[in-house]
Structures are given as structure tokens and as C-alpha cells.
Design a protein around this ligand. Structure first.
Ligand code: GLC
Length: 408
């Protein structure tokens, strides 16, 4: 069997990490299958895929298509992008999209897969337009789509071409159902991670050095937000919560992450967050490390990992990763993130955007090492039960089988 994966980005964000783990899991369980990846931009994805022994190639989006995004038009990134501006971007992306669809169609013909697995909104649509109708398509959905005005419409129009959607959480599955209707089968496959890489024991990064802060005294509590710079990841909530903490706490906070996507308007920036940090008087207490490739070593350097998304999180990989590293995790409980944890057992939860509640939880954990240990142990146990990536092949292979059966 030959499967072609289409991914709209080249950098390794959450959706790409899941793609890599899916490929690794399938290579283990079905070594005889031919897997091939097309990425639409330059970046680490193709190298990581090739390291798994999977063929990868880059067919770059034209700039207009790379820039097209509706996350900031009422979607997760807010309302900054008006309907008119979005329509204008869409129209200007059309000629590029047509050229790209043709190129993608040629690549698909050349590769002649039995099945196509698309891993991002733009590729669901472009794949549907480019692929011959007899090749079944699986849409792996990592986002809430109902809030995206353009994408939800485009997905609905192309829904006939989707043999089966895979949703990364039950919340995403319900949302996809509301957009695609009852006809498209939807299977929830919760994300998984590499438990060999995300372990409690192992190297720890020197976050102070990376952030350019003076070395902290022994015993300082380190609390961090590890996320892309998407606005809805809640950097501001995190910083404001730090500002509300009692002054006596011996604690440092870290913002870990850098820009990821090319879509205009959907990201905040380190300088913008640094300005906020200064205006809150936190410059000695908060460090910015920028993008860090070795996420497990960053997580292990933290005592408390904060998740602060202000919108329901489709899944929230970093929560699973931090749990597998045995960290005490605080989770903004909505969407898929809420499906992953049990409050008080393997994490602490609070309402998205509730700065005061987040500050209370950080203060509580920072001053109670026994509670941190208890939550870390609970997290480790939950992660080993739920997040091993072998589960991906186990749950996805039957989806492929059903799609192929129906296709014949
Ligand atoms: C997207 C979602 C995130 C999820 C990741 C992997 O980035 O926003 O919640 O963890 O995809 O599915």
C-alpha cells in the first residue's frame, strides 16, 4: 500500500509533530507500506521525515497562498482581519492556488498513491482539488473549523472528497461534524507523542543562559509557557498572572517559543511581549528563550509548566509532552486540553483567560513541592497509559482500511 501525506507547512509545529509520530508509528507496525510526504514549505519537516526512512519532497506554496489564513477573521486569532480584507486575500491567492493545484496534481499522478492523508486545512482543500477522484482522502483535522469563515465554507464544498476525517479530540470531532454534516465519517484519534524522547529523566537546558538572565540561586522555582507565538496561546494571560503573584515567591518565569507560521496577523512577537513584561515591571523575573528545538530538555528544566490558551485548544500537545516529562502542569481547561487531564490527579485546571485563578495555582504549586511531586507522578502515569505513539498506527490503520474498502 502506498500513502501520500500532504502538509501545508515546512516547519515543525504541533500538527507536523503528530504527522512525524504517525509516520514513525506506521513504519513500526506496517514496515511494508510505502509512505511519502509532500511539504508546502522549506523547514525541518522534510529532514525529520527522511530520518524515519520516509521519502519527502517540497512543493512550495506561492507566497499569496502561504499568507492566506482566516484564523484572524473571527477564528482563534481574533477579529483583526475583516471579511473584506480576507476576501481580497482569497481572491489574490486564487491564481497561485490554481497553479499549485496543477503542480500538486502532477506530483500525485507521479506518486500514484492508494490513499492520500492531508494534514492541514489548506491541504484538505488543495488535495481535494488536485487528486483524481478514485483516490480516497483522509483529512486529519487539528483545528476547530466552525470559527473559520473561509475554511469552513471551503471544507463543506469539498466534503464529498473526504472519505474519513480524523479529529485530534472529541471537541474537534464535534466541531467538524457541525461543519461537514452527517455524511463524512469522523474518527477521533487523540494525539500521541514519542515517550522515548519525552521522559522525566534526561538533559535539562540552562534556561537562564538561553534567556540572557543572570544565573539564579539554587532552589528557585521555574515556571514556563512553551508555545508557538499564536495570539490565542495566552502569553499575555501568563505574564499578567506572573505580575499578580506575591512578591515573596522565589520564582522565575520563562516564555519559550518563537514564530512559526507564515499566515499574516495571527502571531504575537517576542518584542511585543517584552514590552508588556517591562510595563508590568517583570523584566527581572521573566526570560524569553526564543524557539527551542529540544523541547523535552526545556520542559525538564521547568518545575511548573503552564498552558494558557485563551481559546479552546484543539488538543494541546505540550500538555501531553510536559506530563510525560513528569512535570506539574497547569491547564487552561477547554476543548481537547480538557479531555486529556483529570484536575487534581495529573494536572491542575482553570478557566481559560482567568488570570487570577492562574496566579493562585502558580503560587500554590510554587510553594508546595509535595504537591508538585504528586501531580508530576500522576502525570507520568497518565502519559504512559494514554500518549504512547504506537496507539496512532493502531487507531489510524483501520481508518485507512475502511476508506479503501469503501473506495472499491
Ligand atoms: C494544532 C492545535 C493544537 C494541537 C496540534 C496537534 O496546532 O492547535 O491544539 O495540539 O495541532 O494536533
Amino acid at each position: 500500500m502506498k500513502i501520500l501525506y500532504l502538509n501545508p507547512a515546512g516547519n515543525v509545529g504541533g500538527a507536523e509533530r503528530v504527522l512525524i509520530d504517525t509516520l514513525a508509528s506506521l513504519r513500526q507496525s506496517h514496515p511494508e507500506w510505502h509512505l511519502e510526504v509532500v511539504a508546502a514549505a522549506q523547514g525541518a519537516l522534510t529532514q525529520e521525515v527522511e530520518a524515519l526512512g520516509v521519502k519527502a519532497r517540497m512543493i512550495a506554496f506561492p507566497r499569496s497562498l502561504a499568507m492566506l489564513g482566516d484564523a484572524a477573521a473571527g477564528g482563534p486569532a481574533g477579529n483583526g482581519l475583516g471579511q473584506l480584507a480576507l476576501a481580497a486575500r482569497f481572491v489574490s491567492a486564487l491564481p497561485g492556488a490554481m497553479v499549485y493545484t496543477r503542480r500538486l496534481g502532477e506530483a500525485i499522478k507521479e506518486s500514484a498513491p492508494d490513499l492520500i492523508h492531508t494534514n492541514g486545512l489548506k491541504m484538505h482543500v488543495l488535495g481535494a482539488r488536485a487528486a483524481p477522484t478514485q483516490i480516497p482522502m483522509i483529512w486529519h483535522v487539528h483545528d476547530f473549523v466552525s470559527v473559520r469563515p473561509l475554511m469552513s465554507r471551503l471544507l463543506r464544498v469539498h466534503a464529498r472528497r473526504c472519505a474519513n476525517a480524523i479529529a485530534v479530540s472529541c471537541s474537534v470531532a464535534a466541531d467538524v461534524r457541525s461543519v461537514l454534516g452527517a455524511k463524512v465519517p469522523i474518527t477521533t484519534v487523540h494525539n500521541a507523542i514519542d515517550l522515548q524522547r519525552f521522559t522525566a529523566l534526561g538533559a535539562r537546558l540552562d534556561l537562564d543562559q538561553l534567556a540572557g538572565l543572570p544565573l539564579a540561586d539554587i532552589g528557585i522555582i521555574r515556571v514556563g509557557l512553551v508555545a508557538t507565538m499564536a495570539r490565542w496561546k495566552g502569553h499575555e494571560v501568563f505574564l499578567r498572572a506572573i505580575a499578580e503573584l506575591p512578591h515573596g515567591l522565589f520564582l522565575r518565569a520563562y516564555v519559550i517559543g518563537g514564530p512559526q507560521y507564515e499566515t499574516g496577523g495571527s502571531e504575537t512577537s517576542v518584542p511585543e511581549l517584552q514590552r508588556l513584561t517591562t510595563s508590568l515591571g517583570l523584566q527581572d523575573r521573566v526570560g524569553f528563550t526564543g524557539f527551542i528545538a529540544d523541547v523535552p530538555a526545556a520542559l525538564r528544566a521547568l518545575d511548573i509548566v503552564v498552558h494558557a490558551s485563551t481559546e479552546p485548544e484543539p488538543f494541546g500537545l505540550v500538555i501531553a509532552e510536559a506530563m510525560a516529562c513528569g512535570r506539574a502542569v497547569i491547564v487552561s481547561a477547554a476543548g481537547g486540553a480538557d479531555e486529556m487531564v483529570t484536575d487534581g490527579l495529573d494536572a491542575l485546571t482553570y478557566r481559560p483567560g482567568d488570570t487570577a485563578a492562574l496566579a493562585r495555582l502558580i503560587a500554590m504549586l510554587a510553594s508546595d513541592s509535595a504537591l508538585r511531586q504528586k501531580l508530576g507522578d500522576g502525570a507520568l502515569l497518565s502519559a504512559s497509559r494514554s500518549f504512547g505513539r504506537e496507539r496512532l498506527a493502531r487507531e489510524i490503520a483501520p481508518v485507512y482500511a475502511r476508506a479503501l474498502e469503501r473506495g472499491h
